[in-house]
Ligand binder design. Structure first.
Ligand SMILES: *[C@@H]1O[C@H](CO)[C@@H](O)[C@H](O)[C@H]1NC(C)=O
Ligand SMILES: *[C@@H]1O[C@H](CO)[C@@H](O)[C@H](O)[C@H]1NC(C)=O
Ligand SMILES: *[C@@H]1O[C@H](CO)[C@@H](O)[C@H](O)[C@H]1NC(C)=O
Length: 391
C-alpha cells in the first residue's frame, strides 16, 4: 500500500484542500477599495471621529501643504500610510473664511480627505468655495448646511469617491449633477431636510443613504438610473407606499434598509428581485398589515426582517414559495392570530425554522403551537377561521 512518505503527502494535500475550501466563500468578493473604509461611516448615528486628525503617528505636517498660518483655522496633514494629504476645516467661522483658505496658493491640489465636523457656521456651500483643490472623500457632518450649489465639487469630477453630508439641514442639493462624478461610490445625505425623493443617474454609485429625511412619496422607479447600487438606506422617513418593481433594475443589490417608515402594505410585484446577491431587506418598525401573494419574487438565501409590524396572518400563498428559497423571515413583534393560515409552517419542520421569533398574539411561540390541532386544518376549517375560529 502507501509508504509513510506518501501518506504524509496525502494528509498535507487534504489539509490544503480543506483550507482552501474553507476560505473560498470570502474570496468570491474581490476586495473593493473604500468598501471597508469609508463605508462604515455611512448611516451611523454618532460618527464623529477626529482622533485620526490629531494622531501624530498617522499624520504629520508636510511641505506639500500650504503654510499652516495661510490656511488657518484649517489643518493640512499628510496621512503617512497612504502618502496623501487631508485637510480639516471644522473650525472655520463661516463660508467666506473657507473660501479664503482655499483661495490661497496650494502647492498640491489633490487632497484625499476634506473633513468639516460639527460646524454650525456654514449654511451654504457656494460654487467655487474650494478653489482649485480636489478631494476623494468629503465628510461635512453634524452641521447646519442648507444649500449646496451645483458645481461646488465639480473639479473633483474624476476624484470624488465618497460624499457624506449627514446630519445637516440640507434642503437643496444638486442631485442631477451627480452623474459627472465618475468614481463616486457612496453618497450619504442622511438626516437632512430633503422632502422630495430625487431621481438621478450614476454609473458608479454603490451605496446611497437618504434615511431620516422628511420624504413621504417615492416616485416610480426611484433607483432606476443607479444600476450598480448595492446598498440602500431609506429608513425613518414618512414613506407609506412602495412603487411596483422598485428594485428590479438593480442586479447587484445586497442590502435594503427600510426600517421605521410608515409602510402599511406590500403589493404584488413590489419586489421582483433580479439581484442574485441580495442578503437582506429590513422592514422592521413599519405598520405593515397586508402583504400580497407575489410581493417577493426572485429572492433566495436571504433574510426579510418584518419585526414590529402589524401582521396578523402568514398565508401560505404569500410565504411558502419564498421560504422554500431559503429565505428567513424575522417576525417577532407581530400580533399573529395563528389560525389555519400558519398550518403550512407549523407542520413542516423546514418552514418553522425559517420563521424566527414568531409569537402568536396570545403569547404562544409558533414553534410551541399544538401540531395535531393544525392537522385538522382543511379548506373547510380555513373558512371557519373567518368566523374567528382559533385553536
Ligand atoms: C480619509 O478617508 C478615508 C476614507 O474615508 C479614511 O479611511 C481615512 O481614515 C481618512 N483619514 C483621516 C485622517 O481621516
Ligand atoms: C459639537 O459641538 C457641540 C456644541 O456646538 C459641543 O458641545 C460638542 O462637544 C461638539 N462635539 C464634537 C465631537 O466636537
Ligand atoms: C471634469 O471636469 C473638467 C472641468 O470641468 C472637464 O474639463 C473634464 O472634461 C471633466 N472630466 C470628465 C471625465 O468628465
Amino acid at each position: 500500500m502507501f509508504s509513510i512518505h506518501s501518506k504524509m503527502w496525502i494528509i498535507i494535500i487534504c489539509v490544503l484542500f480543506i483550507n482552501t475550501a474553507h476560505t473560498s466563500p470570502t474570496r468570491l468578493k474581490p476586495p473593493l477599495y473604500v468598501k471597508s473604509v469609508s463605508f462604515k461611516s455611512l448611516d451611523q448615528d454618532n460618527f464623529i471621529d477626529r482622533d485620526n486628525v490629531l494622531n501624530p503617528d498617522k499624520l504629520r505636517t508636510d511641505p506639500m501643504c500650504p503654510a499652516a498660518d495661510s490656511i488657518f483655522p484649517c489643518i493640512c496633514l499628510l496621512e503617512l500610510a497612504v502618502g496623501k494629504l487631508n485637510i480639516d476645516c471644522s473650525n472655520v467661522i463661516d463660508e467666506l473664511q473657507l473660501r479664503q483658505v482655499f483661495g490661497t496658493d496650494f502647492p498640491t491640489k489633490d487632497f484625499q480627505n476634506l473633513t468639516i465636523l460639527n460646524n454650525s457656521n456654514i449654511k451654504i456651500l457656494g460654487n467655487g468655495v474650494f478653489g482649485s483643490v480636489t478631494f476623494e472623500h468629503v465628510r461635512i457632518m453634524k452641521g447646519s448646511l442648507v444649500t449646496i450649489e451645483d458645481s461646488v465639487f465639480i473639479l473633483s469630477n474624476t476624484t470624488l469617491k465618497s460624499l457624506d453630508l449627514s446630519w445637516n439641514e440640507i434642503a437643496v442639493f444638486p442631485f442631477p449633477t451627480l452623474n459627472v462624478y465618475m468614481n463616486l461610490m457612496y453618497l450619504c445625505v442622511k438626516a437632512n431636510n430633503i422632502q422630495t425623493f430625487p431621481i438621478f443617474a450614476s454609473q458608479s454609485l454603490l451605496g446611497l443613504c437618504m434615511s431620516n429625511n422628511p420624504i413621504s412619496i417615492l416616485p416610480l422607479n426611484p433607483y432606476g438610473y443607479l444600476p450598480h447600487l448595492e446598498h440602500i438606506w431609506l429608513s425613518s422617513t414618512k414613506v407609506k407606499d412602495l412603487p411596483p418593481n422598485m428594485f428590479s433594475s438593480l442586479h447587484k443589490l445586497e442590502t435594503v434598509n427600510l426600517h421605521s417608515n410608515k409602510i402599511n402594505r406590500i403589493n404584488m410585484d413590489t419586489f421582483k428581485i433580479t439581484s442574485q446577491v441580495l442578503q437582506s431587506i429590513d422592514f422592521s418598525d413599519n405598520e405593515i398589515q397586508t402583504i400580497e401573494a407575489g410581493a417577493f419574487i426572485g429572492l433566495h438565501d436571504s433574510v426579510i426582517n418584518l419585526e414590529s409590524n402589524k401582521l396578523t396572518i402568514l398565508p401560505s400563498d404569500v410565504w411558502q414559495g419564498v421560504v422554500l428559497q431559503n429565505v428567513k423571515l424575522r417576525i417577532k413583534g407581530n400580533p399573529l392570530l395563528c389560525g389555519c393560515d400558519v398550518a403550512w409552517a407549523v407542520l413542516d419542520p423546514l418552514f418553522i425554522t425559517h420563521l424566527e421569533g414568531a409569537i402568536c398574539a396570545d403569547g404562544h411561540k409558533l414553534t410551541d403551537e399544538c401540531k395535531p390541532c393544525y392537522k385538522l386544518c382543511s379548506p373547510f376549517i380555513e373558512l371557519r377561521r373567518l368566523f374567528t375560529f382559533r385553536f
